[in-house]
Write a protein that binds this ligand. Structure first.
Ligand SMILES: Nc1ncnc2c1ncn2[C@@H]1O[C@H](COP(=O)(O)OP(=O)(O)OP(=O)(O)O)[C@@H](O)[C@H]1O
Ligand SMILES: [Mg+2]
Length: 243
């Protein structure tokens, strides 16, 4: 079953065809990886799918519903959530509040000034322990290390309890132990039937995690298939290395 389909997406940035008629399909309950060289349009594709900016052309079909226009604030309604390549958090809020905000779905101010139910606190504790940040719960997000910030963002995504997750380079800059944590979280999400788009440059991780790999180059589709097949292709390796 297809959880999400994107058709003929296009985005031009002042002459740069960042995404050039790209169509993608994501099988429900699977990890689909999007790979390709720097500047291939991977992050732009996620930005288009989450309406960070409007596409020049293209449509999206979520759980069978065709969307001609979609807004970023509607993405939770479609069961879609994401992380950012450059990490986005509520910097001035505590680690715990960063997760509670998501769990309570009340927006920043209300969640700061209201007392939380036992349930939300329990859930936040579980998630923060999962990403090894429970001990850091009272620290401000901005005071965390780079890797901890990435883990907190992933924790926030988990807290969304979405159907479809877009992870844009979740492993970049992480220490070994942190990588293991994120790998196990991705496995867990998949085991819970979640649909995952993974953008990643580390081919060992791509091999380990992907059910399906899609290669893009210069905003266009290049190849797809099982990781072992796709990554063994000479033309894919050459495109990746820019040869
Ligand atoms: N907001 C923007 N304004 C102008 N140009 C942009 C913008 N976002 C992306 N681009 C350009 O679009 C192209 C695709 O960029 P994108 O960030 O999507 O690549 P990517 O595949 O995610 O690369 P990387 O692996 O380095 O993260 C690049 O040429 C980039 O410079
Ligand atoms: Mg990118």
């Amino acid at each position: 079953m297809i959880a999400l389909e994107v058709k003929k997406m296009k985005k031009n940035f002042g002459g740069v065809k960042a995404v050039d008629g790209l169509s993608l399909k994501f099988e429900k309950g699977q990890i689909t990886s999007l790979i390709g060289p720097n500047g291939a349009g991977k992050s732009t594709m996620v930005n288009l799918m989450t309406a960070m900016y409007p596409p020049d052309a293209g449509k999206m079909i979520v759980h069978g519903v065709t969307l001609e226009k979609w807004k970023s604030y509607n993405m939770p309604t479609y069961g879609v959530t994401r992380t950012f390549q450059d990490v986005r958090l509520f910097e001035q809020m505590s680690v715990l509040d960063n997760v509670l905000v998501v769990l309570t779905e009340r927006g920043v101010f209300r969640s700061l000034f209201e007392t939380h139910g036992e349930l939300h606190l329990k859930q936040a504790e579980e998630i923060l322990k999962r990403v090894d940040l429970w001990k850091k719960r009272d620290e401000k997000a901005e005071d965390l290390s780079y890797g901890q910030r990435k883990l907190l963002e992933i924790g926030r995504a988990v807290a969304m309890d979405a159907d479809i997750y877009f992870f844009d380079e979740p492993f970049a800059g992480l220490f070994k132990e942190m990588v293991k944590t994120v790998v196990s979280i991705l496995h867990e999400l998949k085991n819970n039937g979640k649909t995952i788009l993974l953008i990643e440059h580390n081919m060992d991780l791509i091999r380990e995690l992907s059910d399906h790999v899609i290669v893009v180059d210069a905003g266009k589709f290049f190849a797809e298939g099982e990781a072992s097949d796709v990554l063994a292709r000479k033309d894919v390796v050459e495109a990746y290395l820019g040869e």
